[in-house]
Design a protein around this ligand. Structure first.
Ligand code: HEM
Length: 478
């Protein structure tokens, strides 16, 4: 009995201590003019609930405090915005003190010069350089044939005869290899193998707590970044050597040729010369930025098509039409073939909407920002949460159903509130590249194979869209 009383007192004391702690944490961050909300525990804030209950946590807080509320997420005091107008305003007004605010581990590991770490004139230079190598014109004029050949031949070797494979893992490997091929012209050999292995360590490091102690994912991420930098630096040196073959069609060759061309014609310099460090940051950015989003899209599109035979059939019809225009089944696809795949584009957009491949983007305030009658203090993070706008039943009737036909209304893709690729000055530079990669995957996958899921695989949609233990399918050639 005595023990129970002591235990009860101890628990009661702990509860009082906890609530005092939480109150202290709220007061610590309290400022007149902030939106309402809660801050959770010191240091961890509400991160655990946010990661565990994601969309439900957001809905609960929104119902309680409105579409703009405070929280403490991923180590920073944060204002969450679920308001469409506010979201758009934030993304359109970087110049007013709203710079990207991604977690520290990401900024440090990806490098000071990575596109999300820079702003103002430096951002314009980096964005311009990226645009010249992965923007829509580059995809159409230079990258498309390489991707077509690469993705087509990769999918040849996926198997058949009922073999089982994990489509998520295969897609990840294929996309990383195709990016290496685009960057350096090859995805095989020792350097490529090492780059791939180090890349996955880097990826894990960027999503970890920035604790630089032996054995942590962050420390390993930093080491991987160092090794990747050194491999890319060697590659640049090799390319510059007089004996190196000239005129490769990959991104690195293009950047080095541009550099030479601009040096020869100094007067025509259209943008400042990139340093080698900037070139390396640029290549790492290209490997990193699209990788997760495109492999999640590929995984989810396979899932949705498996569950929706009528959409699958319409895609097959679209590809039969393209096949009829070819003199042999092995004839390469052209840019015109790609732009004629309107239902494919609709399927991809619907997949991105329904799965919400990107839940939100982060900003950091560089001064006090007045928004909607509140003031967001300097140094705070803003989570521009776009997930709920994807399920707006006015814009997307039966919004929880997979309905690619809704995208036949082309105005939906360009609607100001469709923010799957962000908006404003940081609108995704890889949108067309992602569309091409996913379209080519679908074309070759569907024209070569039939598949069924082995069943039992779980898909999670928050904080990242993924199948934690893979998405396993059985595959037969057509
Ligand atoms: C399904 C595929 C993709 C989705 C959903 C997606 C989504 C996004 C979003 C939402 C942003 C805005 C980030 C912000 O405002 O902070 C963004 C930016 C960016 N994306 Fe993508 N992306 C995809 C694929 C790609 C690919 C394949 C690449 C290139 C390899 C790429 C390169 C970039 C770059 C460089 C930026 C930064 C632009 C800047 O800060 O100026 N993305 N993307």
């Amino acid at each position: 009995m005595e023990h129970l009383v002591t235990l009860g007192v101890a628990v009661g004391f702990l509860c009082v201590l906890c609530s005092l702690f939480m109150r202290w944490n709220e007061l610590r961050h309290w400022r007149r003019g902030l939106p309402p909300g809660t801050m959770g525990w010191p240091v961890v804030g509400e991160t655990i609930e946010f990661l565990r209950r994601g969309p439900d946590f957001m809905k609960k807080q929104r119902a309680r405090y409105g579409s703009l509320f405070t929280s403490h997420l991923l180590g920073s005091p944060t204002v969450v915005s679920t308001d469409l107008e506010v979201n758009r305003w934030i993304l359109m007004n970087e110049g007013k003190g709203l710079v990207p605010g991604y977690p520290r581990a990401m900024a440090v590991i990806l490098g000071e010069g990575n596109v999300s770490a820079v702003h103002g004139p430096v951002h314009r230079v980096v964005r311009g350089a990226l645009m010249s190598v992965i923007g829509p014109a580059a995809v159409r004029d230079r990258l498309f044939p390489t991707l077509d050949e690469f993705i087509g031949s990769r999918l040849h070797s996926w198997g058949g005869g009922g073999a089982t494979l994990d489509v998520q893992e295969k897609a990840r490997e294929m996309l990383l290899s195709s990016t290496l091929k685009l960057i350096s012209g090859t995805e095989t050999g020792e350097t490529a193998a090492e780059l791939k292995a180090e890349f996955f360590t880097l990826l894990r490091g960027t999503l970890s707590l920035p604790v630089n102690l032996p054995g942590t994912a962050y420390r390993r991420g930093l080491q991987a970044r160092k090794r990747i930098t050194s491999l890319l630096r060697d590659l640049i040196e090799e390319r510059r050597s007089p004996s190196a073959p000239k005129g490769g069609g990959d991104i690195l060759s293009f950047l080095l040729r541009e550099e030479e061309r601009q040096e020869e014609q100094e007067v025509h310099r259209t943008r400042p010369k990139l340093t080698d460090d900037q070139t390396i940051d640029l290549l790492v950015t290209i490997m990193y930025t699209g990788f997760e989003a495109v492999s999640s899209t590929v995984t989810m599109v396979v899932k949705y098509l498996h569950d929706h035979p009528s959409a699958l059939q319409e895609l097959r019809n679209e590809y039969s039409e393209i096949g009829r225009r070819k003199s042999s089944p092995d004839e390469a696809l052209t840019w015109e073939d790609y732009t004629s795949m309107s239902f494919t584009r609709a399927v991809i957009l619907e997949t991105m909407r329904l799965a919400t491949i990107v839940n939100g983007v982060m900003r950091k305030t560089t001064k006090d920002i007045p928004i909607n009658g509140f003031v967001i203090p300097k140094g705070w993070r803003i989570l521009v949460y776009v997930r709920e706008s994807n399920y707006d039943s006015l814009r997307y009737p039966m919004s929880l159903c997979f309905d690619p036909w809704r995208w036949k209304d082309r105005s939906l893709e360009n609607h100001p509130y469709f923010m799957a690729f962000g908006c404003g000055g940081r609108l995704c530079l890889g949108k067309e590249l992602a569309m091409v990669e996913t379209s080519l995957f679908l074309y070759y996958f569907l024209t070569r194979y039939r598949w069924e899921e082995t069943g039992g695989d779980e898909i999670v949609l928050f904080p990242r869209v993924e199948a934690p233990r893979g998405l396993h399918i059985r595959l037969w050639t057509n």
